[in-house]
Design a protein around this ligand. Sequence first.
Ligand code: ADP
Length: 263
Amino acid sequence: AEEALRQSQKMEAVGQLTGGIAHDFNNLLTGVIGSLDLIRTRIAQGRAGDIERYVDAAMSSANRAAALTHRLLAFSRRQPLDPKPVDANALVASMEELFRRTVRETIQVELRSCRDLWLTLCDPNQLESALLNLVINARDAMPDGGSIAIGTDNVELDDAYAATQQDVKPGPYVALSVSDTGSGMSDDVLARVFEPFFTTKPIGQGTGLGLSMVYGFVRQSGGHVRISSAIGRGTTVTILLPRYLGDTELQDPSATAVSGARA
Ligand code: ADP
């Protein structure tokens, strides 16, 4: 019975992971299809001279999708993912073009990078997926347009703050936030957003996996997610990831726990 329980727990974990990857894969495929659609329109209009950047955009989304399926294969081979020191400003800047293509023309995208940002320790591919999910949610909350700001910051969490939160260690964190000027969330929705498969979107548009994946990734990385939202005003989702403090951190027991949890 123990073995059966272990097996069913494992299946559940695999199911959640594959569901999550299918979700991200679908997001990226939407980017490829969007770019191809623009290319087709340009050709039909006889403006084929200008399609190179759409070809590049389609290539970049397709490459990210390929990296995702590699992650799934890596998981099934039980290879732990390794967290790396990440420059979140550079990572966000490299995604700016993808963000702009993901939103409509009625939505402005603005980057607010903090100067002298600390490095963070996390899996950069998962951080990319998390940010893309947050930008897609921000877009979906603004059917009539608005603006999205993606910001970074150095944050020191003190003991007093940590004491008010579950499982949050005081210390230095790198914050990445995605703010929108959209619909906002009611308290009922806010209380459930991290539940897998919880969605308020029409069937076929939402899977309810976006924020639960963001939450899972951030917690596994030793971080913390905060949401503040006001109905009719907008939402800010902030991911706090631990600051990278040099090579010694790689031997830190919490860093080992990250790969141990996935092995
Ligand atoms: P999905 O986007 O597929 O619905 P998520 O887990 O990403 O799944 O989000 C769950 C729900 O949380 C959404 O259906 C929506 O109701 C709410 N939500 C998430 N992000 C925002 C946002 N930026 N503004 C308003 N509501 C949001």
